[in-house]
Every structure is written in C-alpha cells, then in structure tokens.
Write a protein that binds this ligand. Structure first.
Ligand code: CO8
Length: 258
C-alpha cells in the first residue's frame, strides 16, 4: 500500500514506520493519522512481522497535532467526529511490541504517541514536551495521564503547566525513555532491540507485553493477579517446554510460536 505521509520498511521481521511530513515537522494531520492506523493494521496482520518501530526524522519525531488543521475545529465537530480517539489510540491496541525511536522534537501529540508505544529509545538531541498550554489547550491524547505515570506528578505537572521541554538526559533520568543513544546509532539500536524481541517466542512476547501493561494500567493487586494467570497459562505452550529444555541442554532455543 502506498502512503503519502509515511515511509514503510520491512526487514528481518521488523516493520518500521517513518513519519514523513518534513515540511511540518511530522505534525499529525488527519491523513497521517489515518495512514498510521492503516500501516499498523497491515503490520499487525502480517505474520512475518514480530516487532514494530515508529520513528520520525533526525529533527522531529513529531511536533504534535497539526495546529493549522486544528485551529478552526469547534466543540461539536470535535465531539461528534471523536477527534483524537478515532485514530489516535490504534497504537495502544497493537498486540505486537511497538518501539518508539525518537530524535528531535516529540511535542504534544508527538510525545503522546511516543508514550503510547511500549518503550522509547531516544537520540541525544531528543526533546519531549507537552506545550499545548501555550496554544490555549491541554494534552488530549493521554498526555496528562501517561506522562504522570512515567515521570510522576511533580514533573508532569510542571511540564503540562509551563509547557517546558525535557532533554533526552532528563527524560532518561526520570524514566520516560528506556535509553539515550547517539543520534547516528538511533535506528541501529532500535532495530537491535526489535531483533532481540523477534527472536523470542511470539506468543510469550505478546503475553508479557499484556502483563507489563497491566502493571501500568491497573492497580498493583489486580496486576499481580493478572500476571499470575498469564504466567500459569504459559505452561500450556510448546515454546515454554522448548525454552527450558534448551537452557538445560545449553543450546539456543528453537521456538515454534506455539
Ligand atoms: N502543526 C502544524 N505545523 C507545524 C507544527 C504543528 N504542530 N509544528 C511545526 N509546524 C510547521 C511550522 O508551522 C513550520 O511551517 P512553515 O515553514 O510553513 O511556517 C514548519 O513546521 C517548521 O517549524 P518551525 O519553523 O516552527 O521550526 P523551528 O525549528 O523554528 O521550531 C518547534 C520547532 C519548536 C517544534 C516549533 O515548530 C513548535 O513549537 N511547534 C509546535 C509544537 C506544539 O505546540 N505542539 C503541540 C501541538 S497541539 C497537540 O499536539 C495536541 C494533541 C492533542 C491530541 C491531538 C489530536 C489530533
């Protein structure tokens, strides 16, 4: 499928989506969000893909929702068209792991999209922020909720209320990103992580992702109970038998994704 606002690459079971509206620093207009949803649907349906990477350019992961498109929006059309949720949360429903590889600006909806991914690896030049307050609005795609869970109330509140940006170093220190790497190695590092994931058992990866998300999306007690159920269920898979057998026999496992 041909996209106008995305570049698509599939290699080594890794599907990479590059946001590609360079003139607008990858700001999310309706077309980009629709195409992102279509690309994720296609990757999710493709059995050859075990992990997905979303990235942007070296200058901007994404500078947020397209302000020029949003400017004239009124309340009733925002509500009736279900603006934001219509396409925005597709990445959160992805069952395959999704890595955000962030360089440059990840602002507003750009920061929110990165936080919807399973983890963020960023370049040293990355800048994260929720500057919506400068535009007379607030984050609308989960920013007040997800940022608070990532970095805690004090820092999230300061960022959302002042609109200030966070450097890559601060983002790593406060738990927003898993790792900071030099800009020229960003995609190599993201692909290395993705490759490591694709070599694991696919169902075990999906169950693990579900379980980590439960820690993040539910209370601890529910999360731990949920985790235990999933853990028990893994003993019905052939891959668990193979994985443990291979360890004991001191060889690499040959997972069959069953
Ligand atoms: N929307 C539309 N166009 C943009 C956006 C944007 N968010 N960001 C940058 N652009 C455009 C600029 O207008 C400019 O276009 P032109 O050349 O035609 O004037 C081009 O990209 C380059 O931008 P700058 O000249 O401003 O580049 P600088 O390097 O000087 O500055 C910044 C880079 C600091 C990133 C600056 O562009 C900026 O502040 N951008 C806006 C960031 C922002 O406020 N983001 C939040 C948007 S609101 C939001 O995301 C709400 C999400 C809620 C859910 C979303 C629902 C859809």
């Amino acid at each position: 499928m041909a996209y106008e606002t995305l570049l698509i690459d599939i290699e080594d079971q890794i599907g990479t989506i590059t946001l590609n509206r360079p003139d607008a620093l990858n700001a999310f207009n309706n077309q980009l969000m629709t195409e992102l949803t279509q690309a994720l649907d296609a990757f999710e349906a493709d059995d050859d893909i075990g992990c997905i990477i979303i990235t942007g350019s070296s200058k901007a992961f994404a500078a947020g929702a397209d302000i020029k498109e949003m400017q004239e929006l009124d309340y009733m059309s925002a509500y009736q068209d279900n603006f934001i949720t219509r396409n925005w949360e597709r990445v959160t429903r992805c069952r395959k792991p999704v890595i955000a590889a962030v360089a440059g600006y990840a602002l507003g909806g750009g920061c929110e999209l990165a936080m919807m991914c399973d983890f963020i690896i960023c370049a040293e030049n990355a800048k994260f922020g929720q500057p919506e307050i400068n535009l007379g609005v607030m984050p609308g795609a989960g920013g007040t909720q997800r940022l608070t869970r990532f970095v805690g109330k004090s820092k999230a509140m300061e960022m959302c209320l002042t609109g200030r940006m966070m450097t890559a170093e601060e983002a790593e220190r406060s738990g927003l990103v898993s790792r900071v790497v030099p800009l020229d190695t960003l995609m190599d590092e993201a692909k290395k992580a993705a490759r490591a994931i694709t070599l694991k058992s696919r169902p075990i990866v999906m169950l693990t992702k579900e379980s980590v998300n439960a820690a993040y999306e539910t209370m601890l007690l529910q999360g731990v109970t949920f985790e235990r159920r999933l853990f028990h269920s893994m003993f019905s898979t052939e891959d668990q038998k193979e994985g443990m057998e291979a360890f004991i026999e001191k060889r690499d496992p040959h997972f069959k994704n069953r």
